[in-house]
Each structure stands twice: as structure tokens, then as C-alpha cells.
Design a protein around this ligand. Sequence first.
Ligand code: HEM
Ligand code: HEM
Length: 174
Amino acid sequence: MDDNIEQYSWFSKFFHWITFLILIVQIPLGFILVRMEFSDLRITIENLHVVAGITVFYVTLIRLIFKFFSQSPKLLPNAFVGQKLIAKLNHVALYVALLTITTSGILKKLFNGEKLNFFFFKLKINDNFDLADQFYTVHIVSNYTLIILISLHILAVLFHQIFLKENILKRMIK
Ligand code: HEM
Ligand code: HEM
């Protein structure tokens, strides 16, 4: 296998940008949803939120499985001590936040006693409103964590471009 690949595969790029596109709609959708009065429109928006969220859950699992069996481009040489570690930590934390936000949303709905459509099968379990509340708290906390991590991630790309004069974006685009 080539040890010096400089590009992410088309597969990684495709799912990276799909996740990005879904999230820029999904995060505001969540904030709009919780501020709405009960109505048919609210139910439709919640259904969309759930479908988009479960899609991100599957996409994240597929990305991680693919990452495990394939090779990612090596991080660029250090410009300062610990730079690679920070980049790695940011990527790992992003994956953890994506899995946490999606599973907490799923568990909140399931412990509410609602039937969930996972596309290939449906699931319903006994309700437990205490647990549903706790998973909703996890959902809210992981949402703010995700927003912070995405902001740092984008700032890191800008930092590379502006201060280190490295176009790392081309690894994820071209
Ligand atoms: C919703 C937002 C985003 C999420 C959740 C996200 C997540 C990730 C993750 C998990 C990786 C690591 C991929 C791997 O090695 O498996 C990554 C890489 C990367 N992302 Fe994002 N990303 C997001 C938005 C963006 C945006 C807006 C940009 C561009 C400004 C961007 C540019 C990059 C680049 C250039 C890499 C490769 C970094 C490198 O080669 O070291 N991402 N992203
Ligand atoms: C990509 C992942 C997701 C993101 C970014 C996201 C984001 C959000 C946000 C920002 C809120 C509003 C939180 C608040 O301030 O109170 C929210 C609420 C909610 N989310 Fe998610 N979510 C995601 C996935 C899911 C999934 C997979 C489910 C369920 C299957 C789900 C179910 C819910 C529910 C039920 C609410 C509360 C609605 C209500 O109070 O009536 N979310 N989400």
C-alpha cells in the first residue's frame, strides 16, 4: 500500500461533505424545532430532523468502518510542537461528538416510548421518561460541543491557509 497518499479518497470526501451539508441544516433545524408550538409543521420538522439525524448516524458509522480498513493521508509535518496531536484529537472528538449527538437523540425518542424508523427496520422499547430526559441533556451538551469542535476545525483550516501557507483543503476537495 502507498505510504505517502496526499489525498483523501473520493469515498471519504463524499461522506465528509455530505455530513457537512446535513449538519448546516440540521443544527438550526433543531434550534427552530424546540422553539415551535405544537402543530403539523412541528411534527414534519421533527420527522425531518430524525431522518437527517439517523442518516448522519449511519454515515458516521460507514466513515469509521471505512477509515479502519483504509489509509488516510498522513498529517502534515509539525509547524509547532503537538500540532499533529491537536489535529488528531480534533478529528477523534468530531467523530465522538457525531456518534454521541445521534445516539442521544435516538435514545431520547426510544425512551419516550416512540417507535423509530431506522430505514431497514423499526424499533420500539418500553418508555422511561427519566432516561429520556437525561439523554436529551446529553443531546443538548453534545450539540454545543459539536458546534465548538466544528468551529475549531474550520479555524484550523484557515490557520493552515493564512499562517502556514498550506492548502490542506485540497486534500479534502480535489
Ligand atoms: C460539519 C462540519 C464538519 C465535520 C463534522 C468535519 C469532520 C471532519 C473529520 C472527522 C475529519 C477527519 C477525517 C479523517 O481523517 O477521517 C475532517 C477532515 C478535514 N476537514 Fe472537516 N468537517 C466539517 C467541516 C469542514 C469544513 C467546513 C471544512 C473546510 C473549511 C473542512 C475541511 C477539512 C479538511 C481540509 C480535512 C482534512 C484535514 C487533514 O488533511 O489533516 N471540514 N473533517
Ligand atoms: C446530526 C445530528 C443531530 C444534531 C446536530 C441535532 C441537533 C439538535 C438541536 C440543536 C436540538 C435543539 C436542542 C435544544 O437547544 O433544546 C435538537 C433537538 C432534538 N433532537 Fe436532535 N440533533 C441530531 C440528531 C438527532 C437524532 C438522530 C434524533 C432522533 C432520532 C434527534 C431528536 C431530537 C429531538 C426529539 C429533539 C427535541 C425536540 C423537542 O424538544 O420536541 N436529533 N437536536
